[in-house]
Design a protein around this ligand. Structure first.
Ligand code: CA
Ligand code: CA
Ligand code: CA
Length: 244
């Protein structure tokens, strides 16, 4: 029986003082050689495989990291960004010097009962840039890789886990999202999504007439000045009561 030859030890890297609990590969400096990101309790350490030395690290709060990934969110066909999903922060992309170059800019909703959250990646809107699919308990949000803002979201009637991006209704249509919740597996169609999400516009409050404007109007219609002063005092007191 052929048992193969013994593997040859090549090189190692030691972060010293803490244990490695996870590892992913990606070309974080874009030189064509895969690098590694090592998760430890205090930080994520990115190792440059060409030099076999440290590239950069990202400090972590204990227990705050939900997941980390290597994805080319900035530019197309270039270096991968280190992408982290951190409780109360959301999704952040780091370049090869550890600088923040991508941040989920949508109003992410964080369920106070759960810190469960998964990420998946794919060009959901077909603009050529990789987008971020981000689950947050019963929500799935799709964030544009190019604009870092929400494209659309879906609300389910239970917690959503493990999103996967795929084409289920034809090769020419936008990507669909698959996920599971309890015993159910379901598909969110990429072809039937709401229009591009835009931040709500808040109309400025209508300006209340100034005292002088009231005085001018009251004078014009013959209301005595003393009546204006009494009404003004009553209105002010009513506002005070309402704010108590
Ligand atoms: Ca590299
Ligand atoms: Ca990139
Ligand atoms: Ca895209």
């Amino acid at each position: 029986m052929n048992t193969g030859s013994t593997g040859v030890y090549s090189w190692n890297y030691n972060i010293t003082g803490t244990s490695i609990t996870g590892i992913i590969s990606g070309d974080f400096d874009g030189d064509g050689t895969d690098d590694f990101a090592l998760k430890a309790s205090d930080s994520i350490y990115v190792v440059n495989c060409a030099s076999q030395g440290a590239m950069f690290s990202v400090s972590l709060s204990s227990g705050s990291l939900r997941g980390f990934y290597a994805e080319d969110l900035i530019g197309v066909g270039g270096a991968d960004e280190l992408v982290t999903n951190v409780v109360d922060v959301g999704v952040t992309g780091y370049n090869s010097t550890g600088g923040i170059v991508w941040q989920g800019g949508a109003p992410l909703i964080y369920n106070v009962y759960s810190t469960e959250s998964d990420c998946a990646f794919g060009d959901v809107d077909g603009d050529g840039f990789t987008d971020v699919i981000f689950t947050n308990y019963e929500y799935v949000s799709v964030l544009s890789g190019q604009t870092q803002r929400m494209l659309w979201h879906h609300v389910h009637d239970g917690p959503i886990y493990g999103p996967v991006v795929g084409k289920l209704d034809g090769s020419s249509t936008p990507l669909d999202i698959l996920a599971h919740s309890g015993s159910e597996f379901f598909v969110i169609s990429g072809s039937q999504v709401p229009p591009l999400w835009l931040p709500p516009t808040v109309a400025p409050p209508a300006a209340s007439p100034s005292f002088m404007e009231v005085l001018i109007v009251s004078s014009a219609v013959g209301i005595p000045l003393c009546s204006v002063l009494v009404i003004g005092a009553v209105v002010s007191r009513r506002k005070l009561e309402l704010t108590k």
